[in-house]
Design a protein around this ligand. Structure first.
Ligand SMILES: Cc1ncc(COP(=O)(O)O)c(C=O)c1O
Length: 426
């Protein structure tokens, strides 16, 4: 057999093998997709409960302030978008990391003496979730671990697990206004720890860390050389005389990627624009800066119409608008806390900010209800009130309610929760 014949035979065999191995449709889902889970969806799906058809459904489950129609966006935001739409100049592609006007406006609005920002320090994403995806993707490798709050917003887990990053949970202490248990946190850190995520003010806790506590957190990060991802999407949304401190304003040495966006402050979660601010006065994050730019190429950037509108949105929205949102949430917190804290079997941790309240359930005091998921399912079936079980946030025997429904609906929901508890309490 000639060399040519042998080569042809080998090729024919290869083709035959490929044809045999590909003779049937076999389309398994990717490994990444299989390890991408949304704990809220899974927990709620497992509840398998339907509302009571005789009672109107009141959902206290969703963190979307737009659904009841009682939170209106400010007209300056509408005008800003209309102006861009009519300009015919905001319909095209932009640099994947965000357009210059938007980044310039953000730097101008949020730069302070303690925490300076330039246009180079800002990367835009499609909502704060994409900004988190960029930050986690830039800092962490498969096989490393990331420190996440418990209870905490579930998207940190969703993003990390999908990238093969191990999630390690540090505890927040309900009897200390959800401060971090720093002694326990330290036990989680090792040489594979890539970074820590801190969410302040917190979803689901509604907590707002004191300056002193933030300084203690910074001290730990300084000691262990931990980079912080600070999810501050609820920045400034704090009640009464409490003050919000951006963590980056309290350190010059610990590098911070701050994540925030338009969703909550401007009440437009559907507009899908968020950002990462890089605070790094000592050049520790030089590589990470480039990494964020590279990763932003994956989706070619955030919504261009809204990016172009950012300068007007930031500078034309009056401060009273934010204050009004905060006042409504604070009033809702106080009204619901006053009803719920009187109910036997529940304990309320009164929030200091954001849009949520966590309620502890003394589950052993309720007949035949084994945990928070069953509690939430029965509450939905009997009273048509939907709350999120604590297990959605890795925190069993609690439930989270949202403070954004109209106050009358919230009161009605709290009354129904009281009736439910009275019926089931031992
Ligand atoms: C703590 C926290 N971070 C991030 C996000 C995501 O924000 P966005 O809608 O801008 O993606 C949310 C949304 O509820 C949140 O509660």
């Amino acid at each position: 057999m000639s060399v040519n014949d042998r080569t042809e035979d080998a090729l024919n065999n290869k083709v035959k093998n490929v044809m045999t191995s590909r003779s049937k449709w076999h389309v398994p889902a990717s490994i990444v997709s299989k390890r991408t889970v949304n704990p809220i969806r899974e927990t709620v799906f497992n509840m398998r409960a339907k509302p009571n058809p005789d009672k109107e459904l009141i959902s206290l489950a969703l963190g979307d302030p737009t659904i009841f129609g009682n939170f209106k966006i400010h007209e300056s935001c509408i005008d800003a978008v209309i102006k861009q739409l009519q300009s015919y100049k905001a319909n095209g592609y932009l640099p994947a990391f965000g357009c210059e006007e938007a980044r310039k406006a953000l730097a101008e609005k949020f730069s302070t003496e303690d925490a300076p920002l330039t246009i180079r320090d800002i990367v835009l994403g499609s909502g704060a979730s994409d900004a988190l995806n960029l930050a986690i993707g830039a800092l962490c490798n498969e096989g490393q671990n990331i420190l996440l709050p418990r209870p905490g917003f579930s998207i940190y887990q969703t993003i990390s697990q999908s990238k093969g990053i191990e999630c390690r949970y540090y505890d927040l202490l309900p009897d200390r206004n959800w401060e971090i248990d720093l002694d326990q946190l330290i036990t989680l850190i090792d040489d594979k720890t890539a970074c820590i995520v801190i969410n302040n003010p917190s979803n689901p806790c509604g907590s707002n860390f004191s300056r002193q506590h933030l300084e203690s957190i910074i001290q730990v990060c300084e000691t262990y050389k931990l980079v912080i991802i600070a999810d501050e999407i609820y920045e400034d949304m704090v009640f009464g005389s409490t003050k919000f401190y951006p963590i980056a304003s309290l350190t010059k040495s610990v590098p911070i990627l701050k994540v925030s966006g338009l969703a909550k402050r401007f009440l437009v979660p559907g507009w899908r624009v968020g950002w990462v601010f890089i605070y790094d006065q000592n050049g520790i994050l030089d590589e990470i800066r480039d990494a964020l730019l590279s990763l932003s190429n994956i989706i070619l950037g955030a919504n261009s119409l809204i990016q172009h509108s950012i300068p007007d949105i930031l500078f034309n929205t009056p401060d009273e608008f934010y204050q009004d949102t905060i006042n409504q949430c604070e009033r809702s917190a106080s009204v619901s806390a006053s009803v719920l804290s009187e109910i036997r079997g529940l304990h309320v941790i009164v929030p200091q900010g954001a849009m949520y309240m966590m309620i502890g359930i003394n589950i052993e005091e309720f007949k035949g209800i084994k945990d928070d998921v069953e509690f939430a399912a029965k509450l939905l079936e009997e009273e048509s009130v939907m709350c999120l079980p604590g297990q959605c946030f890795h925190y069993p025997n609690y439930m989270r309610i949202t403070l954004t429904p109209p106050i009358e609906k919230l009161k009605e929901a709290c009354d129904r929760i009281r009736e439910f508890c009275i019926r089931h309490h031992i």
